[in-house]
Ligand binder design. Structure first.
Ligand SMILES: Cc1ncc(COP(=O)(O)O)c(C=O)c1O
Length: 403
């Protein structure tokens, strides 16, 4: 093209922040292509392979020519299997019609915000938060309200904070336990206290339980604790984290029929459904199978070991303080002790974002700055990586801080 075109993009994109984690992944790929040996703690996915029976179900689906369109919201067998899973998890009966299978939990969340929020509505998104909640709420026209879960309270919000955040305009409250980025897990008592606050509101809770298989404490499920909230709750989950199936793109949302119907209506005009082959693989994942269950438990056990290793090594780095995360595969250390003081070559970092770039540059380790999660002063490290990488990476971290 000879002339430089100016393109007018939709106004609602003006406030859209591109994903910080995806940006880091791209930067790491570039450095590696230049020959730099970067150890990455920035990616939010298990380093394990998808369990064999699940892969085989995907291959069988191809060979059986299950490669055509499926119903919006997924094949009936999968929705039935997911309904059985959600019923067993939550202790409340769900039918297959109350399930929509989506292209990852991310699409489930996107559709939920689209189905529920109007311009001017508010969405309560406790910080530190997973990056996409905020952007998805904004894309749906909602204003995010972000009460901050203090480090001293294990990054969880209190009932008082929720009460203060609620207004007549609150449409949605997001609860994510175990949490990305903090690994915090709400106890049953904590969830109960939040449910009591919500009794006086008509907000819909989106309970994102995608890390449920990776919890190192007794895991409390939202509707087990607050069954009276069932007709105002969407349960979001997916196969990505627990079954090491990130690339297959299978998530789901379960909830009251009218909301699920609305979600499917949007889906019918957008993605229609996630890939047919992935659906058959997920059917294997969600059909009771001792071999797969053992693998899931084994992976969670490995994450537990690596968490302990990561915490042990981080404790040796002065200027860093770290809570003990109870689930998921992230640590979220406070790095304020490393800011505003000279590091290697007298370099001073003023923010965790600057420190994050410093660590990439000087330690060749990739993390994600807390700013992306609404929590400056922290960095997020994923320990879904091999133990020798954790050793090497934490040594590099420590050694990079002085001459
Ligand atoms: C809290 C949380 N919810 C949802 C998702 C989306 O998962 P999926 O890969 O199923 O879209 C992620 C992925 O990182 C996550 O951390």
């Amino acid at each position: 093209m000879a002339t430089k075109m100016e393109y007018r993009l939709a106004r609602r994109l003006a406030q859209l922040e591109p994903s910080a984690t995806a940006a880091m992944t791209a930067r790491v790929a570039q450095m590696r292509s230049e020959g730099v040996k970067v150890i990455s703690f920035s990616v939010g996915e298990p380093d394990f392979d998808t369990p064999t029976p699940i892969k085989e179900a995907g291959i069988d689906a191809i060979n059986a020519n299950y490669t055509h369109y499926t119903p919006t919201g997924g094949i009936a067998e999968l929705r039935k299997a997911v309904a059985a899973r959600v019923t067993a998890d939550q202790g409340i009966s769900y039918s297959a019609a109350q399930i929509s299978v989506t292209a990852g939990a991310k699409e489930a969340l996107y559709l939920a915000f689209q189905a529920l929020c109007d311009e001017g509505d508010e969405a309560i998104i406790p910080a530190p938060y997973w990056v996409s909640y905020l952007e998805q709420a904004k894309l749906a026209g909602a204003t995010p309200i972000m009460p901050y879960g203090d480090q001293a309270n294990a990054f969880k919000i209190t009932p008082d904070q929720l009460r203060e955040a609620l207004s007549e305009r609150t449409r949605v409250v997001v609860l994510n336990s175990p949490s990305n980025p903090t690994g915090a897990v709400y106890s049953a008592a904590e969830l109960r206290a939040l449910a009591d606050v919500l009794a006086g509101s008509d907000a819909i809770v989106i309970a994102d339980e995608i890390y449920d298989a990776i919890s190192y404490v007794d895991y409390a499920r939202w509707l087990r604790v607050a069954p009276e909230m069932a007709d105002r709750t969407l349960i979001v989950n997916g196969a990505a984290k627990g079954y090491a199936m990130t690339g297959w793109r299978v998530g789901y949302v379960a909830g009251p029929q009218p909301i699920i119907d609305a979600i499917k209506a949007i889906q019918s005009h957008t993605s229609t459904h996630t890939a047919s082959i992935a659906q058959y693989a997920a059917l294997a994942a969600y059909t009771p199978n001792p071999e797969i269950e053992r693998t899931v438990v084994h992976m969670a056990g490995q994450f537990h070991r690596r968490r302990d290793l990561m915490l042990e090594l981080l404790a040796e780095i002065s200027g860093v303080t770290c809570n003990v995360p109870d689930g998921a595969f992230y640590v979220f250390p406070n790095v304020e002790g490393l800011l505003n003081r000279p590091l290697r070559n007298g370099i001073v970092c003023r923010t965790s974002e600057e420190l994050n770039l410093y660590l990439l540059e000087h330690a060749h380790i990739a993390c994600v700055a807390g700013e992306a999660f609404g929590a400056p002063g922290h960095i997020r490290l994923s320990y879904a990586t091999a133990e020798d990488e954790i050793y090497a990476g934490m040594n590099r971290f420590r050694d990079s801080l002085s001459d």
